[in-house]
Design a protein around this ligand. Structure first.
Ligand SMILES: Cc1ncc(COP(=O)(O)O)c(C=O)c1O
Length: 393
């Protein structure tokens, strides 16, 4: 459906400008942050516009008669691509909403523990912390080194913090601050042996790494199609293991609350469902850009870009290459805690150099994160190196 395919890209190394034309990104900027908010190919956005227009022609007819079967047939597309059955998949606005749903669904009692890691996404950490405070739970944090060396290092840090009081483990699949892929299958094995249910925050996973969700052995898995799978923002996904569906409900309760898992999530009050209805169009765009080959291409581009930055700036990269996907995080300063200073660096990159890339503080260090997507090329990271040299001088 898109005019650019991966084979074109591989054969001709399509230049950034041509690839960019399939998107609506402002060419005045160098976009090196696909990970945070994604980017929607024009054809996907147009399809979303068509859905909105169709709904607008007869809102009553649409929501009363067409919506219920449509949302379920759309869930079947998700199941076909990410594994499992349509009845196990529901749509949410985003991964944050899905995590909040699970936190509120579980019958946790005072003294129970939620275990997470020091790499947990900030917003999710805040939701867990407030849930814990409100309900008298303990939020325990497994300290995973910011620059991990191996899967085993992550797994053993988590194993060491599981206790008889742990009632839920919340773990990222691809971390935000350090762009590290955690070994969720191995982590789930360890948690299962301890009788602890696992919620995976896979916000960055769909479209960045190959996924067969049910085979991971976890209890809940949330991902965003609006990051790496090219869907419009608001296309969050949640998979729930069948045995957990009776207790799993959205954070916002509405008409479907007492009608089972899918009914409860399918109707959370009146919303714009158009991002979900273009899930398959977005996934087809991902296929047209190469699908698995695109993911592999992006992985190589991110690794090469990271290596170039690391060599030029003497910066360490957060994880070994096999633990990285289409992103990489590099340490610009190993002893840094100034959040405002990091924001100023980010603004400098965008305002003076026209480069969009996150600069943040994590674990007492200053980090730069890069993303690699079909519209990026090796030159982009060289431009980033020059900008960073100036920025840090
Ligand atoms: C690991 C992780 N979890 C959750 C989120 C939140 O995603 P959303 O804002 O779509 O809910 C992000 C966003 O980048 C993330 O990186």
């Amino acid at each position: 459906m898109t005019s650019l395919s991966r084979s074109d890209r591989s054969q001709n190394r399509i230049d950034r400008e041509s690839a960019l034309r399939a998107f609506e990104l402002d060419p005045a900027f160098l976009h090196l942050n696909h990970g945070s908010y994604g980017a929607v190919p024009r054809e996907v956005r147009l399809e979303q516009d068509r859905w909105r227009a169709a709904i607008e022609r007869n809102p009553t007819g649409f929501f009363t008669d067409e919506y219920p079967p449509l949302i379920r047939s759309t869930a079947a597309h998700v199941a076909r691509r990410l594994g499992g059955e349509a009845r196990d998949w529901v749509f949410c606005e985003n991964a944050t909403a899905a995590v909040n749903a699970i936190l509120q669904s579980l019958p946790l009692r005072p003294g129970d523990e939620i275990l997470t890691t020091s790499h947990a996404y900030g917003a999710v950490e805040k939701a867990m912390a407030l849930t814990a405070r409100r309900r008298g739970l303990n939020l325990c944090v497994a300290e995973v080194p910011p620059l991990v060396a191996s899967d085993e290092e992550v797994a053993s840090a988590i194993a060491a913090r599981l206790s008889a009081a742990t009632r839920l483990l919340v773990v990222d699949h691809v971390t935000s601050a350090t762009a590290t892929i955690f070994p969720v299958r191995r982590i789930a094995e360890i948690a299962r042996a301890a009788g602890v249910p696992v919620l995976v925050d896979g916000a960055h996973a769909p479209g960045q790494i190959a996924l067969d969700v049910p085979s991971l052995g976890v209890d809940w898995y949330t991902g965003n199609a609006h990051k790496w799978l090219f869907a419009p923002r608001g296309c969050g996904l949640l998979w729930t293991k069948p045995q957990r569906q009776d207790e799993t409900r959205p954070a916002v309760l509405s008409h479907g609350t007492e009608q089972g898992y899918t009914a409860a999530f399918d109707w959370i009050g009146t919303r714009d469902p158009s991002p979900w209805f273009v899930f398959e169009t977005a996934a087809l765009a991902h296929d047209a850009f190469g699908g698995e080959a695109l993911m592999a291409d992006n992985r190589v581009l991110a690794a090469e870009g990271a290596a170039e930055i690391a060599a030029a700036l003497g910066a360490r990269i957060a994880a070994p290459a096999p633990m990285r996907g289409s992103m990489a995080a590099l340490v610009l300063n190993e002893n840094y805690n100034d959040v405002e200073g990091a924001a100023a660096y980010r603004r400098k990159l965008s305002q003076e150099h026209r480069i969009m890339a996150p600069v943040h503080v994590f674990a007492g260090m200053l980090w730069l994160r890069i993303s690699a997507q079909v519209y990026n090329s090796p030159e982009d990271y060289r431009r980033l190196v020059s900008a960073c040299r100036e920025m840090l001088a």
